[in-house]
Design a protein around this ligand. Sequence first.
Ligand SMILES: NC(=O)c1ccc[n+]([C@@H]2O[C@H](COP(=O)([O-])OP(=O)(O)OC[C@H]3O[C@@H](n4cnc5c(N)ncnc54)[C@H](O)[C@@H]3O)[C@@H](O)[C@H]2O)c1
Length: 272
Amino acid sequence: MEGTKTVGRLEGKVIFLTGAGAGIAKATALSCVREGAKVALFELNEEAGAGAEKQIRAAGGSALFVHTDVTDDDSVREAVAKTVQHFGRLDVIFNCAGGSSQEDHPVHEMDLEVWHKTIALNLLHPFLTCRHGIPHLIKAGGGSIINVTSHLGLVGSIKPAYAATKGGIISFTKTLAAQYVQYGIRANAIAPGSIRTERQISRYESKDYIEKPSTAARERAMFQKLYPFSKGEPDDIASIAVFLASDESRMLTGTTIAADGGRSSYLKVYSE
Ligand SMILES: NC(=O)c1ccc[n+]([C@@H]2O[C@H](COP(=O)([O-])OP(=O)(O)OC[C@H]3O[C@@H](n4cnc5c(N)ncnc54)[C@H](O)[C@@H]3O)[C@@H](O)[C@H]2O)c1
């Protein structure tokens, strides 16, 4: 319409995203910028972080790559300080870095190192970013915290360390909601199903994986048949994150949005 200026849904907001050199967080950073936000990319992999920054800047967006190890208290403190120094404020925290290990074996067989590393990346990390980020959200008069968990945090799985951390994120999110409501801060989580990130594609869509199917591959194919909406793209999660970052979601706090095509909601018996 003539004379109508489109205003982005995140206009003026400053957001930091962890693990933003790849996958879901990178897609979310791009979506947030399209909606008018300025983004700080906290990433351990220098090449990936610098690449994401370059891509966003080339598209006309405002991005700052901050080399960060989200499992290290000093590194997170410095990254948050650099973000606020650069952009002048902080409105949204998007905690996304994380993952599971192939060595996440049954409890009585697991190497303790695997347990500690998984806890550090998936659970200590959101604690550290909140610890250093929340004072700035309070200063800004409110904000939104978005934690990325997994459908496996809602139902449990055969990966004990991963399931424990992702379940922990859900309780931690509820606690953040309770603790910071008086500051106008909301906290919510997203529980993705199977997302076609670069990492997932190279693993599950490789010729090798498809041509030599294992029990795990067969189970994966069966789940996708039973829950066809459970497989998505990074942009599917980015859309939910934009909604949670924006004031459109102002009635939501303490909740977990299960973006898993029903996998944590109902059990479907397989029959052909
Ligand atoms: N992809 C899926 O199917 C899926 C499903 C459910 C949940 N999740 C969750 O979504 C989140 C993102 O997953 P993804 O598949 O997009 O991941 P990804 O592996 O594609 O990207 C993760 C990014 O985090 C960075 N990173 C790793 N350790 C770091 C550290 N210590 N400090 C800073 N950055 C670090 C990596 O370098 C990488 O760029 C994770 O928490 C994951 O558990 C993913």
